[in-house]
Design a protein around this ligand. Structure first.
Ligand code: NAD
Ligand code: FES
Length: 274
């Protein structure tokens, strides 16, 4: 396992995982478990190196498990990883594709953009983050994009504000054939609202709470159009114009209080032992 701190609270880890590396395709994810009895967390596979048989995962510390993961050092092991899971991203020659990534979700849009570029699409990258230091995978995405836009909330790089502003401007002046978006739910919802009047097919990669990752537990349930879907087996990509975003956002926050209590207990225990 290799480790790098990419931005405040955001880490990149490279795991040797030959079976997953041999099969993973853009848009798929793996479920990791750090220790016995630990929580199972889904993380998008940001890159694959078939030579070293490794997969790259990028995560932000958002709770107890990601904090425990962040303190592991190169050379250490996690308990297990299951994957690749989910349907791969639809990759074909669409024409011009806008890839909109937000925050740590930028790492998840990267493999999709790379695969689309390889399939001879013209890729336009639009990245949004809090500040320049949070704009991860910037050089990697610039390398494969014919056009590149960035927005930071503090104005330290690119335009000041949300990435949906440059997106709206772009859609007003250029023919875009498809939009792929990965990032905070609230951003993907906003991207869907911006693209809807233009009638541009828009897909969002959803990150609901998951448990088994095999369609059995129902934790990752999302409503898309009139249908109930399970993001782990039917997704994670869905038509962003059909996702019931408000329900999705509510379910995403369902265990915030439990998460806070688990973090408090962990920090208290660490303090007693220190
Ligand atoms: P963040 O809150 O810092 O937001 C990143 C950017 O998203 C903002 O700078 C802005 O450009 C855009 N944005 C945010 N709110 C917006 C709004 N209301 N309207 C328009 N644009 C908006 O992001 P973060 O803290 O890095 O969080 C990233 C999120 O991405 C997490 O919630 C994580 O769960 C999610 N994520 C999703 C996937 C996936 O597969 N879908 C993968 C990794 C991470
Ligand atoms: Fe259990 Fe998807 S995670 S059904």
């Amino acid at each position: 396992m290799e480790k790098r701190n990419l931005a405040p609270m955001i880490y990149k880890m490279v795991f040797k995982a030959p079976e997953i590396a041999a099969k993973a395709r853009a848009g798929q994810f793996a479920i990791l478990r750090i220790d016995d009895g630990g929580e199972r967390i889904p993380l998008t596979i940001a890159d694959v190196n078939s030579f070293s048989e490794s997969i790259t995962m990028v995560f932000q510390i958002t709770g107890l498990t990601t904090e425990k993961l962040s303190v592991l050092e190169a050379g250490e092991y996690i308990k297990d990883a299951v994957g690749p899971l989910g349907k791969p991203s639809r990759v074909e020659n669409f024409g011009t594709v806008a890839c909109v990534g937000g925050g740590v979700g930028i790492a998840a849009v990267y493999p999709i953009a790379k695969a689309l570029e390889k399939a001879d699409n013209q890729v336009i990258s639009l990245l949004g983050a809090r500040s320049e230091g949070h704009l991860i995978f910037r050089e990697e995405l610039q390398r494969i994009s014919s056009e590149f836009y960035a927005a930071t909330e503090d104005g330290s790089f690119g335009s000041k504000g949300f990435i949906t502003d440059p997106l709206k401007e772009l859609l007003g002046k250029r023919k875009i054939d498809r939009i792929v978006t990965v990032g905070p739910g609230i951003m993907m919802k906003a991207v869907a609202e911006v693209s809807r009047p233009f009638g541009i097919p828009t897909v969002a990669s959803l990150n609901p709470i998951m448990v088994d990752g095999t369609g059995m537990c129902g934790a990752c349930r999302v409503t898309v159009g009139q249908e109930i879907k399970f993001a782990c087996v039917d997704g994670p990509e869905f038509d962003a114009h059909e996702v019931k975003w408000d329900e999705f956002l509510t379910r995403l926050n369902a265990f915030k209080e439990e998460e806070r209590l688990a973090m408090d207990a962990y920090h208290k225990e660490k303090c007693v032992n220190c």
